[in-house]
Design a protein around this ligand. Sequence first.
Ligand SMILES: [Ca+2]
Ligand SMILES: [Ca+2]
Ligand SMILES: [Ca+2]
Ligand SMILES: [Ca+2]
Length: 418
Amino acid sequence: MWPRGLVAAVAVATVASWSPAAASDSADRLTGEDPAHAAAQAGDTSASAIVPLPDLGIAHRLPSGGMNLWRIPLSELETGYGRPQLVKTLNFGGFSYDRSVTLAGDFGDITPSDDGTTDFVVWHAQPNGGVLLWAVGGGSDTTPRLLMDLRTGGWSWADSRPMVGDVNGDGWDDLVVRHRYGTTHSNVWVIHSDGSTFGPPELWYRELLTHGFDGTRHLMADIGMSPLGTSWSISADGWADWWAIRPYPDGIMVDGMRSGAHGWFGISNPTAEGRTTASEAQLRSATGDGWSYTASRQLVGDVTGDGLNDLVSVHRQGNGGLLLWVHLGETSASPWQDLRTGGWSYAGSRQHLADTNGDGMADLISVHSQTGNPGMLIWRSLGSATGFEAPEVIADLKTGGWSYSASRESVADLYGEM
Ligand SMILES: [Ca+2]
Ligand SMILES: [Ca+2]
Ligand SMILES: [Ca+2]
Ligand SMILES: [Ca+2]
């Protein structure tokens, strides 16, 4: 059974689009729960009232080399929408912005006071080259907890790339770590969270490196689509699956692999065989017409609102601006937002997807550098079924010591019950 915590009452912000009745309502933040998960519970009539309350989790470099951890509520249904809140200052104990990777998510009740706001997992380099895994939980107790000591056993900070995904659909985010294995393969490890503790790393996959260790991009998100040229479909099941975006002649190729109940991705005994057509299915491709692996980056989220995740490409344009595309067809992409003008910069921005108004459609979050100051603006482009609407600023971080180049962020998928 999974825990269901009604932890912190979150008052709904009074926003113009909300009726007074709704504005007087409140949302109870949930931990370890998501809509797919809730829908699977027989007799649970609350499933339809669960709304996304995503946080943007930001790590910001301090002059000392340490970091501040911030959260920005991204849902307009929540008090504090768009306002940065300092979660923890890590300027002690050797914490280093440059020697760590910071991942936001709902990993568990890290402390007894965990309120379901974003947890931060910090994958931190050690002097011997290994890794310590720390967590800072949501709520009042933000003292870092040591989750795992990976200073031995062959673990290497330099040779590892941690990611977040709920690979078994229990509502708790798990850690997925690609680790270099020789020169031709990487091992993909899963560190499960059960909501209170993290299990030992499990080897789930041995990936053939088609373009070197860092020559492909990987995402963790539920897949629900048909592989290229097939009539069968990978079913959306709420379990985060493996996406690999690869350079391809004159464009990109996107492979996917499904998480399974018995070992990952249907592979119970990883071997040195690596990628086979049986293990990784080709999902989407985009070639010609200027498509480029190096001039694009990819996101996954449900931008069409049908409950199935979509693949989104952010693509650099000749003038330095960007266009957003959604890969609706196997080999065709549809333009979703035109940011070629207006000062938009592909190189000077970072993008994320999150549903910020609870309508079931993912909205675009853009963190954009500024000319003339080191700070940034955070923009939202509301999603509609056919595109993103005009971007609007939700957080002005041009001043106050904010730095675009000395910060990084990710979205924590969190939920509340209205
Ligand atoms: Ca938590
Ligand atoms: Ca999980
Ligand atoms: Ca969709
Ligand atoms: Ca939305």
